[in-house]
Design a protein around this ligand. Structure first.
Ligand code: SF4
Ligand code: SF4
Length: 498
């Protein structure tokens, strides 16, 4: 057992109000520079919809992530060895049109235009060409338009028949999906880079891209199935979310987390067994979620604690893992799921799927929420269960249903206490069906509805004095650099800017 610590996040989608404050906080700190105008390390998209860059989930188009090969896996688009033969040709990169052409407005005209009969206007100007332009796309162009004719129709998670169902007016439905880099355990971006510019930090698993080493091959952009590495046309280097590591090292949460209005974000440490990465990333698709859960270890287990100590995990990280809200939601309660686990990068950002758009429906022109009918309401779901399963469960609808039933059970448990129209017998049936105890319902309710900042952010400040030693002699970091199946000699290990 090779126990490692990973800083992991969880987003509770029922709480996201789609305000984009997180995106703006990130933009103001990290991508408010020339060459980064079109980049949104944190973006929030409306689902169903096509997202940013458009249709990023369609790996038939972009060829990102890993695919099975025999009893292991290989990068779908390329790897550093096959890619070297084809290094100047990248057929699967998103184009600027797939993101959007960034623009500003010619505000000066509002002040300098001579007096006349018409109101002066500030016309949009391209930030790439400096010319006037017509705006026809943006990073959240389909904001709140989920289910609408254009966007739901092109969502790669829906097949043709299901898209038609969403277009019936009474089933119109949407929810928000905030996205950042998943700081994956099996990062395709790291494995694909011919220059060795990316690495996964041994001490906390944050995936970083060394600007001094990047040679602009852009393999990372093709390889990341979440399209969370970007190319800076000004510097000629790739860039990505750094999980605000300078803030984390000083005990502060990432900017997106800190600014989140809905308080949907939870951040904590999880411990995992690095020896299992290849085995679990190569598991049959139907087992991927369970394997990813299995990989996360019990931080209270004495054997795990001892192995973590031997691997150099600092005691404060082990202690943080024991109090981690992410561990509770992912492992103890089995309620938080990874986004598109079938991409096989073992993403370390988890989501609680949204319940609200699923249980609401329209009857005789009135919007209704049928709490009384308990689980049968899931059968009348406005959003096909298969849609959520395609996003968060590699197609396994039973997994989504189990999470939504737990969320409903907690809701009914609380309602029995507050409104008094649910009987103790009904609560008992709900708890038996979901396997939750009253204590767990109470804890889930508290951590969902009433968490303090300290409940949501459980991470000690870094210990730089240990990190440098760990990263220098860190076989796992090296393994992640070459990726599953890689075979570089240890002496070939590239400079990582330490
Ligand atoms: S492969 Fe994973 S770690 Fe790499 S950029 Fe994409 S989401 Fe981030
Ligand atoms: S700040 Fe929070 S609530 Fe607002 S869009 Fe971002 S994740 Fe959602």
């Amino acid at each position: 057992m090779d126990v490692r610590a990973q800083v992991s996040m969880m987003f509770h989608l029922d709480k996201c109000i789609g305000c984009h404050t997180c995106s703006i906080a990130c933009k103001n700190i990290w991508t408010d520079r020339e060459g980064t105008e079109y980049m949104w390390w944190n973006n929030v998209e409306t689902k169903p919809g096509t997202g940013y860059p458009t249709q990023w989930e369609d790996q038939g188009k972009y060829k990102g992530g890993w695919e099975p090969k025999g009893d292991t896996i290989k990068l779908r688009a390329t790897d550093k060895f096959r890619g070297l033969a084809n290094i100047f040709h990248q057929p699967h990169l998103p184009t600027i049109d797939d993101y959007y052409e960034p623009w500003t407005y010619k505000y000066k005209d509002l002040f300098d235009t001579e007096a006349g009969d018409d109101q002066p206007t500030a016309r949009p100007i391209s930030l790439i060409t400096g010319e006037y332009m017509d705006i026809n796309a943006g990073p959240n162009w389909d904001d709140d338009l989920g289910g609408s004719e254009i966007y739901a129709r092109n969502d790669p998670n829906l097949n043709e028949g299901e898209r038609e169902v969403l277009l019936e007016i009474e089933r119109l439905v949407f929810f928000y999906l905030p996205r950042i880099c998943n700081h994956c355990l099996n990062p395709a971006c790291v494995a694909s880079c011919p220059s060795g510019a990316l690495h996964k930090r041994g001490e906390d698993g944050i995936v970083l891209l060394d600007q001094n080493v990047c040679r602009a091959w852009r393999y990372c952009i093709s390889a990341c199935p979440y399209k969370k590495t970007y190319f800076n046309w000004k510097t000629g280097k790739s860039e990505k979310c750094i999980l605000c590591f300078p803030r984390i090292e000083s005990g502060q949460p990432p900017a997106c987390f800190h600014s989140c209005v809905g308080r949907i974000r939870y951040l904590g440490v999880v411990l995992y067994d690095a020896e299992k990465i290849e085995e679990y990333a190569s598991a049959p698709e139907s087992e991927l979620i369970q394997r990813q859960r299995d990989m996360i270890l019990n931080p209270h287990d004495p054997e795990v604690i001892e192995a973590a100590g031997k691997s150099g995990v600092h005691f404060s990280m082990i202690e943080a893992a024991q109090k981690s809200p992410v561990y509770k939601f992912v492992k103890e309660w089995d309620m938080a799921l990874p986004l598109h686990p079938e991409f096989r990068t073992l993403p370390m950002l988890f989501y609680i799927p949204p319940l609200l758009p699923v249980i609401g429906y329209v009857e005789k022109g009135n919007y209704r929420l049928d709490d009384e009918e308990f689980f049968t309401t899931l059968d009348k779901a406005r959003l096909p269960m298969r849609y959520l399963a395609s996003l968060f469960a590699a197609g396994d609808e039973s997994r989504i249903r189990s999470v939504l039933e737990k969320m409903l059970a907690v809701r009914m448990y609380r309602r029995a206490q507050e409104v008094d129209d649910i009987t103790p017998e009904q609560v008992k049936v709900l708890l038996e069906r979901t396997g939750l105890t009253e204590k767990e319902c109470e804890e889930i309710y508290r951590l969902t509805a009433l968490p303090t900042f300290e409940d949501r952010f459980v991470l000690p400040p870094s210990h730089r004095e240990y990190q440098t030693e760990l990263a220098i002699d860190d076989p796992y970091t090296f393994k992640a650099e070459i990726g599953v199946g890689g075979s570089l000699n240890i002496d070939d290990r590239p400079h990582r800017g330490l």
